[in-house]
Write a protein that binds this ligand. Sequence first.
Ligand code: G4P
Length: 540
Amino acid sequence: MRVHWFLVSSIADEVSRRRTFAIISHPDAGKSTMTEALALHARVINEAGAIHGKAGRKSTVSDWMEMEKARGISVSSTALQFNYTSSEASPDEEPSVINLVDTPGHADFSEDTYRVLTAVDAAVMLIDAAKGLEPQTLKLFQVCRHRGIPVITVINKWDRPGRTPLELLDEISERIGLTPTPLFWPVGIAGDFRGLRDVRKDEYVHFTRTAGGAKIAPEEHLSTDAALDREGDVWAEAVEETELMTEMGQSHDQEMFLAGQTSPVIFTSAILNFGVRQLLEALVELAPAPHSRTAIDDSEREVTDPFSAVVFKVQAGMDSAHRDRLAFMRIVSGEFERGMVVQHAQTGKPFATKYAMTVVGRDRETVETAYPGDVVGLVNANALSPGDTLYDGAKVQFPPIPSFAPEHFAVVRADSAGKYKQFRKGIEQLGTEGVVQLLRNDVRGDASPVMAAVGPMQFEVVVARMKTEFNVDVQVEHLGYSVARRTDSASADELNRQRGVEVFERNDGALLALFSDKWRLQYIEKEHPSLTLEPLVAAA
Ligand code: G4P
């Protein structure tokens, strides 16, 4: 009993010092630069690469990806783990363990980008101060909201001319109904970033630039009076604006933040390393530690229960020499030890974890032990698909990862009719794995199913994998639909009669109506208000 108690309490300690989050942003808002800045502050790297220009900066964070590229798979781009000692921590306190899970963006925006959000406990919404809320950020935010993931807002690039702080925060509350609550307010307008007003401590944090932003920016902490002496009107304005927000009730409230109603706000310059320490401190102080997860039978798997994990991403070796699949799991409960044989809930078969790996700091390391909140990559994971559960001890199975609203649609066909059998097998397999969603209807028939995806790169993956794994050349023909809505059988006939609309059954059984564009959808909604047409942010 004593041993058991010791184990539980040590797992609880490990859990309480962990924070697992993702950065949600639109391309170019500064996610890579911020990742690097966080790594610099956690002393994973000694220098950020700005001094070497763009190429140098990019390579600093991504050079540990090079070795993975050589193998055709990327472990390290999926999760970065580092220790961070908070400046508020007592000397004998263990450092916090930060897991930053990457949300692939840019050209490789795909359903995986959304699935990553099922593996995190919090998100940092990174916004470019000159651009405000952008489309990809909005999409990712909707998934966070749907899943109840609390969001910290970061307004980045404050060193460059941009909008006013109040304008940016108004946009957030008006467009997405999230109430921003300032934690660190900029002193100096966008383009003249001098420092931050720590709203809760009522003090001024003044930053000094370092050459090329390569090092941690030195901070000076000043009282209100000293700040006024030093910065004059610029400080007074920061005080006035934050007081205005406080009067409007926009102050941090931990419960409202955790409930997804409010979002603490920090202004930063990732490139100058201003506000980056403040972001880390906010993550440690405010973001939730890993918590229990509800299983499909409605029971709760507590973090101190025996080992369990959810697979949230599966990556196939992109070159034909390495066909192995790599699965990433997020640990939900218990202690993971490399080599343990766990159970795969979906097949009831054992799964050996001899080749497990994680990323700690710069080097990919073979993981020996890991705890709830951590991400572990499993090699040789051909049996695993996103959403699968692995466990030890009492059986548990977590709900499948929902499918997300697709925006790209294409018919897929085998090049030659003789390969139909392999084609069918391959497409079914890729559909089950969640590489794309598969849609069918009687009119199109089985030989030419429609693939639905969040990003068009998913189609390329299908073409490549059909060729290398199933030896079938396929043709992809893009369809002119861009919006999907969930519907029901009672509405299907009427919808099929409409121009620019087609109804399909998805591989999970849901009925989806596809529309050529949102105007067509709006028109039909107006003309036929009784039809069932529900948005698909994260349809279960
Ligand atoms: P991403 O991963 O979100 O796509 O963004 P990334 O970090 O690559 O940053 C995009 C560009 O924005 C980069 O410039 C980067 O240096 C710059 N940037 C990021 N954070 C800041 C910041 O806080 N302040 C300023 N001024 N710039 C920032 P780049 O790749 O050189 O492109 P460009 O600037 O030449 O267009």
